[in-house]
Ligand binder design. Structure first.
Ligand code: C5P
Length: 326
């Protein structure tokens, strides 16, 4: 059973205050793009333990033990379906990576979403799409989006999804950085930057007498950018380019200063918009069309401001089965 799952980018990532559980309330606009991992799940040949094998882009950086997110997803699915793992037997998960690891593109979440779809089918678990999304949300904040794909507004931790109305196809150029960023550390840096700006508002519970997660952390409540949504509806890449935004960008830039150069290079080379992908360090550029994306990718490669350049179009569907093992 092989499932293909897409990377995501955030066209808007508005980060609200840190909550009492350590997560941040978000309003984000996700788009799934045509950069995929392939995840194959089969019954293990040898009895014993589950096994994870990873190949491709950044494979060495992916954990293959119990903390592998695809394996976590498989366990969560079995539990949600009331299936004992003694009954299902051990599985082998083979991940063919094309989505760069720890790059802000939700590659681990894509693999987890793929594992959910694959195990639901392999084990005839029969979970509905809605139930799968609930299980996905428990596995990670971005996993539910990797299931549904397309373009969607995410709220809460990012797991409450509403499909967005989008016209046209968007052509993206990705500048993959020579390095990685840890998502929790980028969020923590944002909290510190905000606290330094306004020490009165350092974080949840920091106001005397308050036991609740305050609308604090120096953060305004996150709100959807209606200019971006309008631009997406009318299918105008230039307007979309002008309205891209990411509240994590300042934190990512402070941790990875080289990204300023990368963003500046893309803008100078004619990108309609430029921003850091999620928690970074990948930078994303919007091109006016497919041909302009090719030109931009070539020029960006030549500029020596990143490790690798890739092109991808969006929106594309979420995790879907591409092959069934007989
Ligand atoms: O949910 P997930 O495991 O993908 O989140 C990774 C980390 O990113 C969390 O542990 C948290 O530090 C941060 N995060 C957050 N607020 C969100 C999503 C993620 O603070 N809405």
């Amino acid at each position: 059973m092989t499932v293909r799952a897409p990377a995501k980018i955030n066209l808007q990532l508005a980060v609200g205050p840190r909550r009492a559980d350590g997560y941040h309330d978000l309003v984000t606009v996700f788009q799934a793009i045509s950069l995929y991992d392939d995840v194959t799940v089969t019954d293990a040949v040898d009895p014993g333990e589950d096994r994870v094998l990873v190949s491709g882009e950044g494979a060495d950086a992916v954990p293959v033990g119990r903390d592998n997110l695809a394996l976590t997803a498989a366990a969560a699915l079995a539990q949600a379906a009331g299936l004992s793992r003694d009954l299902t037997g051990p599985i082998e998960i083979t991940i063919r990576k094309r989505i760069p690891v720890a790059a802000g593109l939700a590659g681990g979440s894509a693999d987890a979403a793929a594992a959910l779809v694959a195990c639901n089918d392999l084990w005839h678990a029969g979970l509905s799409q809605e139930r799968l999304r609930e299980v996905a949300a428990d596995v990670g904040s971005d996993v539910a989006f990797a299931l549904v794909g397309g373009t969607a507004v995410g709220q809460g931790r990012g797991e409450h999804l509403t499909p967005a109305l989008v016209s046209g196809e968007y052509h993206w150029v990705l500048a993959v950085a020579d390095g990685a960023l840890s998502t929790p550390e980028v969020y923590a840096t944002l909290d510190r930057l905000r606290a330094a700006r306004d020490p009165q508002l350092a974080g949840p519970g920091s106001r005397p007498g308050s036991g609740t997660a305050l609308a604090a952390g120096g953060a305004p409540d996150a709100a959807l950018d209606h200019a971006l949504m309008g631009a997406l509806r009318s299918g105008e890449p230039a307007a979309v380019g002008q309205t891209l935004s990411n509240d994590l960008q300042a934190a990512a830039l402070s941790m990875f200063p080289m990204l300023r150069k990368t963003l500046a290079a893309g803008r100078e080379l004619g990108a309609l918009g430029a921003l850091v992908a999620g928690s970074g360090p990948t930078c994303v550029f919007l091109a006016a069309g497919a041909e302009r994306a090719v030109d931009l990718a070539v020029s960006l490669s030549g500029a020596g401001v990143c490790r690798a350049v890739a092109r991808a179009a969006g929106p594309v569907p979420g995790a879907s089965i591409t092959a069934r093992t007989p």
